[in-house]
Design a protein around this ligand. Structure first.
Ligand code: GRF
Length: 229
């Protein structure tokens, strides 16, 4: 049975460890996808180096070259559209996205966020969790919507907060769980099992009432992708 390979574009501003998890999962045959481009707003982003090392086209769009966010995003997404992605993955992309570009791609763009959404949106999520006295923290993968970190949540990984945690230690343990979470969730896409319909997430055609709670090894040995055609 054949399945069209999913074309994935990645947006990243930082170290790119989530991107590396995708590169590795594809290399190991865990994820049936092709990385068709890595796009960044920061020339120094480690994600760009990782893309180049893996032979994935890497594109930087300089923020200073555009007078407004809207013009920046128009240019950025015109570059992304040129590689015809089935899915756009924000993996540590640190700029707000304009509503127009997001709305045009609802259901085709996801983000990984380091908290159990809807808790702790925005930046410094690990410190936010510590300040709030949370005993469980974690990461979420969600559809991108115009509201920051506000789109429907597909999946989550939970991480206990330890008594002696500081933001750095907690953040390291969350990041470790982000990598499998992103791969597991993308496998669901490549298997044609996830879709967004009117702000509702469908898994295998049935509405998902609560986000999937995934352990580090879940879903990685599910059968070969089904052909949706
Ligand atoms: C991750 O925690 C991601 O969730 C957040 O920024 C961090 C990026 O890590 N948005 P990396 O660049 O993938 O290593």
């Amino acid at each position: 049975m054949t399945h069209p390979t999913h074309r994935i574009a990645v947006l990243a501003s930082g170290h790119g460890s989530n991107l590396q998890a995708l590169i590795d999962a594809i290399g190991q045959g865990i994820l049936a996808a092709e990385l068709v481009g890595v796009f960044s707003d920061r020339p120094q982003a480690g994600a760009l180096r990782r893309a180049e090392a893996a032979g994935v086209p890497a594109v930087v769009t300089g923020v200073a070259d555009f007078p407004t966010r809207r013009e920046f995003d128009e240019h950025l997404f015109s570059r992304i559209d040129r590689v015809h992605p089935d899915l756009i993955v924000c993996a540590g992309y640190m700029r707000l996205l304009s509503e127009r570009e997001v709305t045009a791609r609802m259901g085709r763009m996801i983000n990984i966020h380091p908290s159990l959404l809807p808790a702790f949106k925005g930046l410094r999520t690990h410190q936010q969790a510590l300040d709030a006295g949370a005993v469980v923290h974690g990461a979420s993968v969600h559809f991108v919507s115009p509201e920051l970190d506000g789109g429907p949540v597909i999946s989550q990984a939970r991480v206990p907060v330890l008594a002696d945690d500081d933001a750095a230690a907690l953040g390291r343990r969350v990041l470790e769980r982000e990598h499998p979470l992103l791969v597991q969730t993308l496998r669901l896409f490549t298997q044609g099992r996830i879709e967004l319909l009117d702000q509702r997430i469908l898994l295998d055609g049935r509405e998902l009432d609560t986000p999937l709670q995934l352990g580090p090894d879940d879903l990685l040995d599910t059968p070969a992708p089904r052909n949706p055609a």
